[in-house]
Design a protein around this ligand. Structure first.
Ligand code: NAP
Length: 490
């Protein structure tokens, strides 16, 4: 409770609509809990379609004035927001750890990471260029200008409660759009704190609106946005089945969509790899947020010649990871988000063992720490018949698949409907070029496990979705192109 008290200045429990903190119209609330202990942190607004509609009303009213602001005026607001986020880095990091469970150092790292998108898009706001099209006929001028798409609905997951919503709101506001947003049931408090700081930074009433909802109420509340023709874009990060549902359900009003969906990332270690670097890269990519990231390696393919040595090296490192609540400064792996997540992890490990996998380390729940802890695990002799081959585990489990040659590894890596991230380690120049081109993924880490950056385009192919976040391309998803044809000029 001490920690909750320290954070009280940032904790809000109502919806934020038209510049004011407002309870849900039905006056219903749901509990937000600390996944490490089950302790209730706050009771927040449980929104209905009426609340979602009120948010859209505010966003639609605020749109004309916001889009008419000069880009450098919108940029100035975003720069102030960035400064406020960074000034509150410690408290926001603690809040993320409290409601999401990641170790404090990672919570703070997420704040800086999320804030970097706000700074990036503050700068990009002033670079929304159009084109003067080379003249085709005398007396006629053709130009292409970029305009904000309009009201944007942002729906985000729990695994990065600050970064995922920041990297949607920032480009939307930079482009001149207004926003209605709904964070995940498990982690609404960080999103509310972020909105509080945006308001303090000078985001005008109605430009940014946030509603919170329990899982039971979220479907109906979001459906209100899906069916409202004033909402011109949906930007979503979350699972592939929900992304497909949003696309189907919003089709009637043909909205623009950005879908950052699930992954099933392969990580390939060739026998010409620097094994130490490969182990370090895998540790960094796999165990951030306890393996609960969309780009974390889910299937690790190791070439036969180095298979046993790599497995032994990895198991030693993984076995030494410190599993503890976020409040322990030595924590490297925290609790999983909820019991559903833990049950899926346990099911994948049990299924793998039943299909012949060898447990090199871990392989069990850590009930003595709390209900949501699972030991970081390395499984050898993984095969395509196991559930963890085709499903995203979203936990601290590394299955090691053995392969003989490059063609076999690339074919196995691509044998999935998903295509978000892929990684490989090799010191061979020609192999690096071949494999980088052959992998079906939106993001490829080559001898590198940490790939995310506000300056790089983040997004997937295949059933991992479409659209890109960050980079010079990130604003395009919030803009539409208008072609102006002016005649009678001579
Ligand atoms: P999720 O179940 O799809 O939920 C994501 C968001 O959608 C939450 O706010 C959720 O609300 C809401 N939602 C769920 N069902 C809905 C429905 N029928 N209608 C309207 N809204 C609905 O995903 P998650 O479990 O929170 O997040 C994990 C997934 O996100 C993983 O698959 C991961 O790979 C993916 N992810 C992808 C990226 C990327 O950039 N590609 C980044 C991070 C995570 P509730 O919380 O109330 O259910």
């Amino acid at each position: 409770m001490t920690r909750t008290f320290e954070l009280a200045g940032l904790i809000r429990s109502d919806n934020f609509i038209d510049g004011a903190w407002t309870p849900a119209q039905d006056n219903v609330r749901f509990a937000v809990t600390n996944p490490a202990s089950g302790e209730i942190i706050a009771e927040v607004a449980d929104s209905s379609p009426a609340d979602a509609c009120a948010a859209t009303n505010a966003a639609a009213r605020a749109l004309p004035a916001w889009r008419a602001r000069l880009p450098k005026e919108r940029a100035a607001v975003l720069h102030r927001w960035h400064a406020l986020i960074m000034a509150n880095l410690d408290a926001l990091g603690a809040l993320i750890s409290l409601e999401q469970g990641k170790p404090l150092a990672e919570g703070k790292g997420e704040v800086a990471y999320g804030a970097s998108y706000v700074a990036w898009f503050a700068e990009e706001a002033t670079r929304i260029y159009g084109d003067l099209i080379p003249q085709q006929q005398r007396g006629k001028r053709m130009t292409a200008v970029k305009e904000p798409v309009g009201v944007v609905a942002a729906i985000t997951p729990w695994n990065f409660p600050l970064a995922m919503i920041a990297r949607k709101i920032a480009p939307a506001l930079a482009a001149g759009c207004t926003v209605v947003a709904k964070p995940a049931e498990d982690t609404p408090l960080t999103a509310s704190a972020l909105v509080l700081l945006a308001h303090e930074a000078g985001v005008p009433p109605g430009v940014l609106n946030l509603i919170t909802a329990s899982r039971d109420h979220a479907v109906a509340a979001v459906a209100e946005w899906l069916h409202d023709a004033r909402v011109r874009k949906i930007t979503f990060t979350g699972s592939t089945p929900v992304g497909k549902y949003l696309a189907r359900e919003s089709a009637e009003t043909l909205k623009k969509l950005s879908l950052e969906l699930g992954g099933n990332a392969p990580f390939i270690v060739f026998d010409d790899a620097d094994l130490e670097a490969a182990v370090a890269g895998l540790m960094a990519a796999k165990f951030r947020n306890g393996g609960q990231t969309c780009v974390c390696p889910n299937r690790v393919y190791v070439q036969a010649g180095v298979y046993e040595r790599f497995g032994a090296l990895l198991a030693e490192r993984v076995g030494a990871l410190k599993v503890a609540p976020a409040t322990d400064p030595a924590a490297q792996i925290g609790p999983m988000i909820n019991s559903r997540a833990l049950d899926k992890i346990a099911r994948h490990v049990d299924d793998a063992v039943a299909h012949g996998a060898r447990v090199l380390t871990g392989g069990k729940r850590l009930a003595e720490l709390g209900p949501h802890y699972y030991a970081p695990t390395v499984l050898a002799d993984a095969t395509a018949a196991m559930q963890l081959n085709s499903e995203e585990t979203f936990g601290p489990i590394v299955p090691l698949f053995r392969f003989e040659d490059e063609a076999e590894a690339v074919s196995a890596a691509n044998d999935t409907p998903f295509g978000l991230a892929a990684y490989f380690y090799s010191e061979g120049v020609k192999r690096i070029d071949r494999v980088a081109r052959a992998l079906e993924a939106g993001i490829v880490g080559i001898n590198e496990g940490a790939v995310a950056s506000e300056a790089a385009p983040f997004g997937g192919v295949k059933e991992s979705g479409y659209g890109r976040e960050g980079s010079k391309y990130g604003l395009d998803d919030y803009l539409s192109i208008k072609y102006l044809c002016q005649g009678n000029l001579e």
